[in-house]
Design a protein around this ligand. Structure first.
Ligand code: FAD
Length: 292
């Protein structure tokens, strides 16, 4: 199948992109890496009148530490996330997550902003943003606003981005000492979307967990936090008893649907197995981030 005919315009700045969108009499879409949008057009799941190519806007690029946060530009490709020393130092969960995303050809083009704007509930990066307590920077005709990741993902493929606005960057707060984080997932084959994925972010005070942020992908219409499991960990050492308590509490946090590929019961079971695996790894001190 081929896409319906559309107009194409490449823009050089965010202002030009916003103008192009506002001036389109029909439906317009921003084009970043094209790794989700172009297949959707070819399958005729979407049929916009105009594609606005934002892929060469320099202001949407770059990875830097500024103002107590790691700022990652929207056009950061998944391959750049995987290779970035700054990301590996301050948010290594994103490095781990990027390694699970699709295959090298897709990672060479797909972008951070595209993945978050699309908000596929099976995607790794949205769950990471919730676990990291990140902020999503959105630019529109009225200026720039910042939305906490917990408020950004609203429903299935639905975010806080209003029509015409551009996701310009994400800001990940720099970790305190004794921050430990990890992303892991269970998929049928490497590169497939996860049957269940988990982004875990813990801050320890001495031996005890001070705060825990756990966000799952592929268990609901958005990335899903697990407040009961988080509470079961808080104030206790990370040890087999507290991990078992978190796994037991998790049953009340998740309410996935049955689908053609997996029953809800199997998905919940896998989520518990994954939670135990990730927390045990963090307790042993493996794959942790001692963020500066
Ligand atoms: C075979 C295959 C396997 C894949 N496997 C995975 C996987 O395992 N995990 C995973 O997470 N993803 C996977 N993907 C998706 C991939 O990660 C995409 O790159 C990503 O979802 C979209 O990024 P993009 O830059 O290609 O966005 P596009 O395809 O260009 O755009 C996607 C949507 O976001 C909008 N958009 C893009 N950028 C912005 C912006 N800055 N501001 C506002 N709106 C914007 C577009 O208008 C469009 O609606 C896979 C894709 C394919 C084809």
């Amino acid at each position: 199948m081929k896409a319906r005919a559309f107009d194409y315009r490449r823009v050089a700045s965010v202002a030009e992109a916003l103008d192009a969108y506002a001036g389109c009499p029909g439906e317009a879409r921003y084009l970043a890496g094209g790794q989700s949008l172009l297949p959707a057009l070819n399958l005729r799941l979407d049929a916009p009148d105009l594609l606005i190519d934002i892929g060469r806007i320099d202001a949407l690029r770059g990875i830097a530490v500024e103002g107590g946060a790691l700022r990652i530009g929207a056009l950061t490709r998944h391959a750049e996330t995987l290779a970035s020393d700054l990301i590996a130092t301050h948010a290594p969960m994103l490095t781990e997550a990027a390694a699970y995303m699709a295959h090298p050809a897709i990672r060479n083009l797909g972008t951070m902003g595209g993945s978050l704007a699309l908000a596929d509930p099976a995607s790794e990066l949205p769950a990471c943003m919730r676990a990291l307590g990140a902020y999503i920077e959105i630019t529109g005709p009225a200026g720039i606003r910042s939305v906490a990741a917990d408020a950004f993902f609203r429903d299935l493929f639905e975010t806080a981005i209003a029509p015409g606005e551009i996701l310009s960057a994400v800001r990940v707060p720099l970790g305190r000492p004794n921050t430990r984080m990890r992303f892991d997932e269970i998929a049928r084959r490497r590169g497939d979307y996860a049957m269940v994925g988990l982004a875990a972010h813990l801050v320890l005070a001495g031996d005890a967990v001070e705060t825990a942020r756990l966000a799952f992908c592929s268990v609901g219409p958005t990335p899903v936090r697990a407040p009961a499991a988080e509470a079961a960990l808080a104030g206790r050492p990370l040890e087999p008893e507290s991990i078992a308590a978190a796994k037991a509490a998790l049953a009340g946090d998740l309410d996935p649907d049955d689908d053609d590929t997996l029953s809800a019961a199997a998905r919940k079971h896998l989520a518990g197995v994954l939670l135990g695996r990730v927390l045990s790894g963090l307790g042993d001190g493996r794959l942790t981030a001692e963020a500066a």
